[in-house]
Write a protein that binds this ligand. Structure first.
Ligand SMILES: Cc1cc2nc3c(=O)[nH]c(=O)nc-3n(C[C@H](O)[C@H](O)[C@H](O)COP(=O)(O)O)c2cc1C
Ligand code: SF4
Length: 515
């Protein structure tokens, strides 16, 4: 029987040379007359080991990594096709501690299955959630989602069940499900990993959402920087449609649901749900006033469920196993698991799916291994470009929406970016204002004008021009932006700025007491 070798097709692995590794393995096998089947899987999310190649053996999948094309002949010489020992051998993939200690519910299949094989998906438990949903009423499905405690993973943490209930109960001829795959936050890649590694789980989640609320059309709003995800999603949509899992008669239910991918044009603000709807309608991405909320008046004025990729990809396991199963994970009002994405100055960057409640310290040290530079850790930005900078002394904070908020931050989309002691937090604060100025949609004054004034003020502070007075003015400006901005871009930009001022006043030339 042909030996199965897994070489990821995930963008992260490709950027580290997975394509040439795959080609080298195929060529070497031909040269040696060996019968191999190369499966292009997603990434397991252990990015410092990519390209991580796995070989299926009777004892399970044995991993090797990071593999380069030059390593390939030596791997064959060492008998890696039967799991032979080699300096790159990592042992059974599932036993690698970084993976073994995770609680993978949403990412259960990522890195394991062939992303575009619906048979593989089903053999690994796929479409069981949809099968169950087809036997329930829309209200019963919504109840399951509500009881799971699932909150939106895109940033705002709004309960998914309440959103779905609102759309379900809004009478309309046409309704939509829109998946927010804009993934603009710095240091985040969980959405991409799902779309490239297990696209069917997202399609299944969207289909369940559509059937539950009475929508017949779904759109995935995908950031343009994800060409591999686009290819994989379109392939998966075609396969699911051919298999009767999408289309006019989903699994013989008589109900219709279709999905199309729409590619964005690279604006951070188009991740904000109302700007995204404008963009989907073919207009410039400008934020809309709320209310009305999209669940009532959304895409083309129709009731629309807007959810993040991870929110929707968490639906199948919830509907299959029940809300009670899912809510057993987590702490407080943060139920279930979340994919935390470790990036920046870390020895072991990657994706860690854990129940809410894991501490930032565990993620940064137990998983991330501390700084790759070997220098002391100085700051961690949690929650993307609008998230706070936490000093090393605050790493015991639990990753939970409320605990992070009480510590002065946001969880956002679960991105964690680590900096060592060479970082200058005054420059990072300036960068936050600059980012806001560049990405502002321009609709409201505190954000459009405030961000540019904020940049100037930080320049004055850094250059010691009227430092104390300008620091006071910066605080006042941040207060105005927080309270008077129309959306969270202007409203949250003060978080990185004020946290930098509070925890690292010395970088601004300010005394501790001035913080
Ligand atoms: C400036 C800005 C950018 C955002 N970018 C994203 C994004 O890239 N992806 C995302 O899912 N949500 C993003 N959001 C949050 C969305 O507005 C919205 O809350 C989310 O798509 C709802 O889905 P959820 O409830 O499943 O999280 C952004 C919000 C703001 C204010
Ligand atoms: S806060 Fe900024 S991005 Fe949001 S509506 Fe106002 S100008 Fe637009």
């Amino acid at each position: 029987m042909s030996v199965r070798i897994y070489v990821p097709r995930d963008s992260g692995a490709l950027s580290m040379g997975a394509e040439t590794v795959s080609d080298a393995i195929a060529a070497e096998a031909r040269h040696r007359g060996l019968d191999l089947t190369i499966v292009r899987n997603g990434s397991r999310g252990l990015y410092w080991l990519e390209p991580m190649v796995e070989v299926a053996t009777p004892a399970g999948r044995i991993a090797y990594g990071p593999v380069s094309a030059a390593d390939v002949p030596g791997l064959f010489d060492a008998g890696f096709v039967t799991g032979g020992s080699h300096r790159l051998a990592l042992g059974p993939a599932e036993e690698i501690p970084y993976l073994k200690r995770q609680e993978r519910l949403t990412f259960a299949r990522v890195g394991i299955v062939d992303p575009v094989s619906i048979d593989d998906y089903r053999e690994h438990g796929g479409y069981r959630g949809l099968e169950r949903a087809l036997g329930l009423s829309g209200a019963q499905v919504v109840e399951e989602v509500t009881s799971s405690g699932l909150r939106g993973r895109g940033g705002a943490g709004f309960p998914a069940g309440i959103k779905w209930k609102t759309t379900l109960e809004t009478a309309a001829k046409t309704k939509y499900v829109v998946c927010n795959a804009d993934e603009g936050d710095s240091g985040t890649f969980a959405d991409r990993m799902i779309m490239e590694g297990d696209p069917f789980v997202l399609l299944e989640g969207m289909t369940i959402a559509g059937l539950a609320v009475g929508a017949t059309q779904g759109y995935i709003y995908l950031r343009s920087e994800y060409p591999h995800a686009l290819r994989t999603l379109n392939e998966a949509i075609a396969v699911a449609t051919a298999g009767g899992f999408l289309g006019d008669d989903v699994r013989g239910s008589g109900k219709s649901f279709r999905i199309e991918v729409r590619v964005g044009a690279g604006a951070y603000i188009c991740g904000e749900e109302t700007a995204m709807l404008e963009s989907l309608e073919g207009k410039r991405g400008m934020v809309r006033y709320k209310p009305p909320v999209p669940a009532i008046v959304g895409l083309f004025n129709a009731p629309t469920v807007v959810n993040n990729v991870i929110t929707l990809a968490s639906i199948p396991v919830i509907v299959e196993k029940g809300g009670d199963f899912y809510k057993e994970f987590g702490m407080g009002r943060s139920r279930g698991t979340s994919p935390f994405q470790l990036a920046g100055n870390l020895k072991r960057p990657g994706l860690v799916e854990k129940a809410f409640g894991v501490t930032l310290r565990e993620l940064v040290y137990d998983y991330g291994g501390g700084t790759v530079s070997g220098r002391p850790l100085r700051a961690v930005q949690v929650g993307g470009p609008l998230g706070s900078y936490f000093p090393a002394s605050m790493l015991d904070v639990a990753m939970d929406y409320e605990a992070i908020a009480a510590a002065g931050g946001i969880l956002g989309h679960g991105g964690i970016v680590v900096f060592d002691d060479t970082v200058d937090l005054a420059r990072m604060a300036r960068y936050a204002m600059e980012f806001c100025a560049i990405e502002s949609c321009g609709k409201c004054t505190p954000c459009r004008i405030g961000s540019t004034r904020g940049m100037e003020l930080i320049d004055h502070i850094i250059e010691n021009r009227n430092r104390a007075a300008n620091a006071a003015l910066l605080r006042e400006l941040c207060d105005t932006m927080t309270n008077a901005s129309l959306c969270a871009l202007g409203g949250l930009t003060p978080l990185p700025v004020m946290s930098a001022l509070k925890h690292f006043p010395g970088d601004f030339g300010l005394p501790d007491a001035g913080a």
